[in-house]
Ligand binder design. Structure first.
Ligand code: GDP
Ligand code: MN
Length: 384
């Protein structure tokens, strides 16, 4: 689960990570009230789960109530790279002498946690890593040893931070690592980590990702979720217990089993198409679950055709066929369906579909054939 900046900061605050005071706001009036409580100047910050808010005009300095009102009105409802701003974070403005970058991230390829520090903060860290790898100091943490004070100092020296802030920067890294392990996070990224003119170290931004698999250990994490800001299709899928991820293409995908769905996405891409979603209906999907899935897939207005790729193991293909026929009857789709069913009871399934004789439903025998067909149909070609 990715957290909005301010929720990430609320988590970091429990670990005494130095932050600027702030308050969330959902309306212009709330923003003005929050600013009055904090004291001017404040920074009005768009709360969306995407970077580059500054460049998009989603972060503004305000010296008085009038300016807060103006910026809050402009930023609320703003679209930042596909994310609508529904919430603001009003934060006490901080003077900046230097902008650094710090992160703790789970490095899957190394099977351990990685702490990173750079003096090239504020900008895109991938660019720093690619162009000036020496400017990014890194350290893998041995979980049995933990993150020790000397690790923090070593990183600070390697990154070349100003001599007088080596110790507070090292302390900051230690608190970030404590928050990371304490909350079962997979990412804590602070960009920028700033040094103020009076030489304090402050986390000015926070990107926190919590490990959903550890949610059972943290009942409080549920309150950090902001369902209201979720994508409507993803929200709908979650309510129905489906594993769904929205993608930016136009071909709806239905499959059973994560591996099969992932390879379906690849095969569709290979055939020149762009999947609109990942949807795993799971093993043993019954008719109702299929209707629920199709409903979610079709609620995405970008979808121009849907591919059903089902391998019947535990799942019986005839059940799936019945589900598709039921869903078709209820939802009356206006886009073509391509269906590839293979495995348990596939012959029966194909017969059910043939007998139903649904307009605009095309059966295909192979995965490659089905992918080619759905791509063609999504482009508006190849009527049966
Ligand atoms: P992002 O663009 O989405 O990563 O948002 P950030 O929270 O990182 O803010 C972007 C930039 O805005 C920072 O790098 C700072 O330069 C600037 N900024 C944010 N908060 C403050 C503040 O309190 N004071 C000043 N002077 N600049 C700020
Ligand atoms: Mn940032």
């Amino acid at each position: 689960m990715d957290l909005l900046e301010y929720k990430g900061k609320q988590v970091l605050q429990r670990y005494d990570v130095p932050l600027a005071a702030g308050e969330p706001a959902r309306t212009v009036d709330e923003a003005v009230a929050a600013a009055a409580g904090i004291g001017y100047p404040v920074v009005v910050k768009a709360q969306v789960k995407i970077g580059g808010r500054g460049k998009a005009g989603g972060i503004k300095l305000a010296g008085d109530a009038e300016a807060v009102r103006e910026h809050a009105a402009a930023i609320l409802g703003m679209d930042i790279r596909g994310h609508t701003v529904r919430e603001l974070w009003i934060e006490q403005a901080t003077d900046i002498a230097s902008e650094y970058y710090a992160a703790v991230v789970f490095d899957r390829s190394a099977k351990s946690s990685l702490v990173m520090l750079s003096t090239q903060g504020g900008m895109d860290i991938e660019q720093v890593a690619a162009e000036r790898p020496e400017a990014l100091a890194t350290l893998h943490v041995d979980p049995l040893v933990g993150f020790q004070p000397f690790h923090g100092r070593r990183l600070a020296f390697e990154a070349g931070v100003d001599g007088d802030v080596v110790r507070p920067v090292a302390d900051m890294l230690a608190t970030l690592y404590a928050a990371y392990t304490g909350e079962d996070a997979t990412l804590i990224e602070i960009n920028p980590l700033i040094i103020t003119p009076d030489r304090r170290v402050v986390a000015l931004d926070a990107k926190v990702t919590l490990d959903d698999n550890a949610a059972f250990r943290h009942p409080d994490h549920a309150t950090l979720d902001d369902a209201g800001d979720a994508d409507p299709q993803e929200q709908m899928a979650k309510e129905r217990g489906l594993t769904y991820v929205k993608l930016d293409g136009d071909i709806g995908i239905f499959g059973n089993g994560a591996g099969l769905v992932m390879s379906t996405l690849d095969v569709v891409a290979h055939a020149g198409g762009a999947p609109a979603n990942f949807l795993d209906a799971g093993g043993g999907a019954k008719a109702e679950a299929i209707a629920a899935s199709v409903d979610v897939i079709l609620s995405n207005p970008n979808v121009k055709a849907v591919l059903f790729n089902v391998f019947g193991g535990i799942t019986r293909c005839d059940e799936v066929a019945r589900g598709i026929i039921d869903a078709y009857g209820i939802l009356e789709p206006t886009v073509p369906f391509v269906v590839r069913l293979d495995g348990t009871n596939d012959a029966e399934a194909r017969k059910l579909l043939a007998d139903a004789n649904l307009p605009n439903v095309h059966a295909e025998a192979t995965m490659d054939g089905a992918a080619a067909r759905v791509v063609e149909l999504a482009r508006g070609g190849g009527s049966s």
